[in-house]
Design a protein. Structure first.
Length: 410
């Protein structure tokens, strides 16, 4: 694993933490590509190996980005180079084999058994042929067990893992979370697994298989408080809207001009909330004296707070509360969130070559990540990648003509 490097002279970007790491991204759609993109943000050289028709995320649109590419694909594939290979053909697998000779990490999310069908299974072939390779498999449910080998998408995992059962209100019924949170966290779990395997390889010299599944991730998201509550109470968690089963007030409340969220966890915060909204009587009321009693009387407390907060403008109230140490926030829409001054200060909305991106969420002081290049067009870098493997112009033209490799776009 590359060692962190000290910052360079002023005015030049410092090396990133994963500079020198070589990654093959055979994955499609979300969790796998997100894992590879995060590695690329931190300096890994990522080659995206796509089928001839391209990652299906290229067709999840509109909207389109500034270059006419689907914005969905663009969000998950920056910092990569692309080559489109037909891995169902022996010549395509031969090209992949040459890429593997130089790779540190392979990421794939085919249905379990696909790589084995092509003679590229990790245990059966690649572990012996490439003993230092970190092989990262992302799937819905893993290869074995009652659901092993079955297809999985984020919303299906949300349903099966119980997440939908706790999202929504008693009136709404189960509701899918508004972002593909299981896919996202599976991508993060895959990245953590790759980094752990690289750390282990630094000691042992050997690679290993890394596995991340949507099912495991969905269950892990139940950890606090729902799984722990069920383990120790036996009560099945219910839908509670935006409120918290253990903490009150921890919910959305209507202010004068829009909703806010209060996250009041302890007695000190509750007392300061009551002081800020000129309701010291609530802090001294024995029904609200501690977290247990506030939870027992949540409906009464909610009614009192809503009646009180209706007098206060949302933004001003949240600013006052936050500066007094009471966690509170205006419920922003997506535009408001992405244009918030703090989002810009934290460099969480950035531009590269006129293309807008979400910024790098993990900040490193000496070797910071950055958005390095635009998402690639399909097979955009095929000629350069094949040339780096030592293939002559004539050999490259043959691969294009036979359909083994999609030629670069004109």
């Amino acid at each position: 694993m590359p060692e962190p490097t000290a910052p360079t002279a002023a005015g030049t970007p410092p090396p990133r933490a994963l500079a020198g790491l070589r990654v093959l991204d055979l994955s499609r759609v979300l969790a796998g590509p997100l894992c590879a993109q995060m590695l690329a943000d931190h300096g890994a050289a990522v080659i995206k190996v796509e089928p001839p028709e391209g990652d299906e995320a290229r067709r999840i649109g509109p909207p389109l980005d500034e270059r006419g590419e689907c914005a969905y694909f663009a969000a998950l594939n920056r910092g990569k180079r692309s080559i489109a290979l037909d891995l169902s053909r022996a010549d395509g697998r031969a090209v992949l084999g040459r890429l593997l000779d130089e790779a540190d990490v392979l990421i794939e999310n085919f249905l379990p058994g696909t790589m084995e069908k092509w003679g590229l299974g990790y245990e059966t072939t690649l572990a012996a042929r490439h003993p230092r390779l970190i092989y990262c498999n992302v799937s819905g449910f893993g290869a074995d067990g009652p659901l092993g080998g079955l297809p999985g998408y984020d919303a299906v995992a949300q349903a099966i893992s119980g997440l939908m059962s706790i999202n929504g209100t008693p009136e709404s019924g189960p509701v899918r979370l508004g972002v593909p949170v299981v896919d996202y966290l599976t991508g993060y779990n895959a990245m953590v697994g790759v980094l752990l395997a690289l750390a282990a390889r630094a000691h042992t010299g050997a690679g290993q298989r890394v596995e991340a599944t949507l099912f495991d991730t969905g269950l892990a998201l139940l950890l606090a408080p729902h799984a722990s509550n069920w383990f120790y109470s036996g009560r099945i968690p219910q839908r509670m809207g935006s409120s918290h089963p253990n903490i009150v007030p921890y919910d959305c409340y209507a202010a004068a001009d829009g909703p806010i969220f209060l996250g009041v966890v302890n007695n000190g915060q509750f007392a300061r909330l009551c002081e800020c909204v000129q309701r010291p009587d609530l802090a001294s009321d024995p029904r609200f004296a501690d977290p247990v009693r506030r939870r027992e009387h949540r409906d009464v407390l909610r009614a009192e707070l809503e009646r009180t907060l209706a007098r206060y403008p949302a933004a001003e109230l949240c600013d006052t509360l936050m500066r007094r140490g009471v966690p509170a926030g205006v419920v922003n829409n997506v535009e408001q969130a992405l244009t918030h001054p703090h989002a810009l200060h934290r460099e969480m909305v950035v531009q590269a070559d006129g293309h807008r991106h979400i910024g790098v969420p993990v900040k490193l002081s000496a070797t910071p990540g950055r958005v390095a290049s635009l998402p690639p067009r399909l097979s955009e870098h095929a000629d350069g990648i094949l040339a780096e493997l030592g293939l002559s112009t004539a050999e490259r033209e043959t691969l294009y003509r036979e359909g083994t490799v999609a030629p670069p776009p004109a």
